[in-house]
Every structure is written in structure tokens, then in C-alpha cells.
Ligand binder design. Sequence first.
Ligand code: 6PG
Length: 244
Amino acid sequence: MTEKLTAYGRLIVGTKEELFAKAVAIAVEQAKRVNSSRFSWALTGGSTPADWYRWCVKYQSIPELELRRADFTVSDERHVPLSSDQSNFGNADRLLLTPLGLAPSQRVPWPVELLPSDAATRYAADWATRFGRNRTYDICFLGMGDDAHTASWFPGSPLLKNEVSDLFVARDVAGKGWRLTLTPAGLRACGAVVVMTLGPTKAEALARVMQSEYNPVAFPAQILKTVADRAFWLVDEIAAARLK
Ligand code: 6PG
């Protein structure tokens, strides 16, 4: 595994298994740093997290001590029932939280049974009650799409054009449907941010994010630059292939 500092955070390149183990290690290290009885993990959607969940369960890689103080949510969600295979929290629940035996009180889904904007308002209020007004996630996992989208911020997203002070919002994304998501302000209120992006289809997007002029409206994952001091990019060799 290699590590180097970039303008977008720490870039860690390794095999899938090395990166999966590193993701857990970063979370555990961050949990030790946070002086609080509860530690929040925001998971995300996509095939990479799904593989990681299975790996975590297979190797029981998250220490029991950390699991006991962990609360799990997702940084972005689709407005679908948790039973849907499109639900990011539903998938995390089925593949990770249920197999690990997490208590219901440790599972914090977005209230998708409400209308989208009510769901975001309720989620924000409940989160503030649990963790305080200005604290979002102690560790936030993100993926990156082939078009460099992350956290349901797609190229051209109004959330990237006009800053909002809300930490969590609902947005109707053209052609994708409603998304419930953290905002860029919410991202800045995270403790650590881990982007896991693997496979050949990510190489072009990763090179554009890290090597083009800063323009997050075109390349949303460039927003990570605003949290570079606590961002980790877990990338396999093939996804890193176009980086200079
Ligand atoms: C979403 C997903 C999405 C995902 C990327 C990467 O809900 O739209 O969370 O943002 O993170 O598309 O997905 P892979 O892990 O499959 O590469």
C-alpha cells in the first residue's frame, strides 16, 4: 500500500483487501480520537460499500468495543422504502448492521416514510438532538461515480453552485429522483471523510478530480478539497492508473 498527501486529502493506493482493512483502521483511529460516548458512522451506497460490508462481516473486522459505541446512518439516501434494493440504508442494514447484531437504537435511517423535505427536516432535528447542532458524522464514507458525483451531488447540482447553511437537505435530482443528503456545509462538519473508489471506470473521474482546475460544479468530488485535512481516498491501482 502507498500513501501520499494531495490537495484533496491523503491518497492511499492498495489492493481491495488492503483498502477494506484500512477503512476500518481509519474509523477505529478516529473513534479513539473522539471524546464522546457515541461515535457516528455514515455509510453510503454503491457496489464498493456492499463488498466492504460483506468483508467486514466475514472477518469480524470492526472491534467489539467500537461497535458498542457506534451509531450508523447513511450520508445520502434515495427516497425509497428501506426494503428496496435501491435504499442505501436498507442495503447497509441487510449486509452489515443486521449480521453484526446492532441494536435498533444504533440504526439511524433517514425517515423515508415522510415526504422528502419533511424527511430531511426531521432527520436534521433528530441528528441535532443526538449529536448536537453543529456536528454531523464522526466518520463519513463516500463513493464516487464515473461522472465524479459523490453524496448525491451530481455535476451541475445547485448545492454546489449556491451554498446553503443547512447540513442536510432533500433535492429532486433530474433523472434520478429525490435524494436526501448531507450538504457541503454538512461535509465540513464531519470528523473524517473516507472516499472509497475502485475499479477501471473510476480512473478518468479520479484524474479529473485531482488534476483539473478546481470546479466542483463540473467535478463534484472536488468538494473534498474543503476537508482535505481529514479526507482519505482509498483507491485501487487500476483506479489510480491515470494519476500523474
Ligand atoms: C448513490 C450512490 C453513489 C455511489 C457511487 C459509487 O446513492 O448514488 O451512493 O453515489 O457512491 O455511484 O458507486 P460504486 O461503489 O458502485 O462505485
